[in-house]
Write a protein that binds this ligand. Structure first.
Ligand SMILES: C[S@@+](CC[C@H](N)C(=O)[O-])C[C@H]1O[C@@H](n2cnc3c(N)ncnc32)[C@H](O)[C@@H]1O
Length: 230
């Protein structure tokens, strides 16, 4: 399954307001519970510690249904996604004039060229990092480290944990799998310490976080918080 299908074609089969199905935030095809969504929002908000005046850059924002839970906590929002369909849904359902800005494009390229880089205070990358190659992730973090001087915190959420991969696939009776393919359904699996090395090389302190045990995706994923030392 290519990234074009998974991210750009797959969402089109669902109603325009079937937000969680469009981005596969589902269990057995059904949208995850509101409680699970709230757990994600709490994890992001606790990590990014929003203050009035914050300007958030959301890379791979999808349809922005998740981001919409954060809008009250920030002053300005910039969401980038390479799926034209999902950006269209974001614009249709979640636009707040003067506050939200949606762009269609590649997350890494947009970060390299973003004209308002110096104004961004936090970066969110939720459920997206596994669909980028390791080289792209490195470029992304180097760019934020060097060109986003006001960016204090980066939250990279829902990263597939390489240490848990064998167990994950065994439970599903899958014997033939790859852990390094950004175009596979789950994407690239990472070890938490790989993010520590990458983040520190770009000048950030790095904390690895996990979700509560009752979260639907708990067990084989982790989150990464990068903080610029003061
Ligand atoms: C699982 S969805 C997550 C959406 C949103 N961040 C959320 O958590 O609700 C993954 C998103 O990443 C986007 N994506 C994947 N690779 C991308 C890339 N290279 N550039 C921009 N968007 C990308 C897809 O189009 C999709 O919307």
């Amino acid at each position: 399954m290519s990234d074009d299908y998974l991210h750009k074609e797959y969402p089109k089969q669902f109603d325009r307001d079937a937000f969680w199905q469009q981005i596969k935030r589902t269990v057995n095809g059904k949208p995850v519970s509101e409680q699970d969504i709230q757990m994600i929002v709490d994890q992001i908000s606790g990590a990014l510690r929003f203050r009035p005046g914050d300007v958030l850059l959301d890379l791979g924002c999808g349809n922005a249904a998740l981001a919409s839970y954060l809008f009250d906590s920030i002053s300005e929002y910039h969401g980038v996604d390479f799926s034209e369909y999902l950006v269209g849904v974001a614009r249709e359902f979640f636009s707040i004039p003067g506050k939200t800005h949606f762009y269609c494009g590649d997350a890494v390229e947009a970060t390299l060229e973003f004209p308002e880089a110096s104004r961004i205070t936090q970066v969110l990358v939720y459920g997206v990092i596994s669909y980028l190659s390791a080289d792209s992730v490195s470029t992304l973090l180097k760019t934020i480290g060097s060109q986003y001087g006001a960016c204090e915190r980066i939250f990279i959420g829902n990263v597939p944990d390489k240490k848990k991969a064998a167990d994950f696939f065994q439970r599903r009776n899958v014997v033939d799998y790859r852990l390094d393919d950004p175009q596979s359904p789950i994407g690239v699996w990472w070890r938490a310490d790989e993010f520590v090395v990458l983040g520190e090389a770009c000048g950030f302190n790095v904390d690895i976080m996990t979700m509560p045990n009752d979260f639907y995706g708990a067990g084989y994923r982790f989150d990464v918080l990068m903080t610029r030392p003061v």
